[in-house]
Design a protein around this ligand. Sequence first.
Ligand SMILES: [Zn+2]
Length: 114
Amino acid sequence: MLYCADCRELMDAPCPKRRHVTRVPEEGDPVLLFRGDAVQAGILDAMLKEAGLPFLREGRLGSGLTAWAGEMLESYSIYVPFALYDKANELAMVLKTPPQGPDAGTEAAEQENL
Ligand SMILES: [Zn+2]
């Protein structure tokens, strides 16, 4: 298991992005747990708080753009310390499960492009 300090993501191989440093993850490293819209991030936010797990929530657009584009268009990333990643990931699995229904394929494709 490797960790890219620039992407803040766990990966199996060195990060393909230029000049990114990949190393062995340390306990306190913030690791990307989930990326999604305001509703999904809000649900996970509440679940992590209830479980007493520390986390970091960041918007992609920044506050200025959020005010302009609206909260619903914002994409949020939630990070947890590497030491708590497995525990937090169990909670996040609920949101990571692909939605059922005719739109499922489209949504999965959109997620891939992020
Ligand atoms: Zn990277």
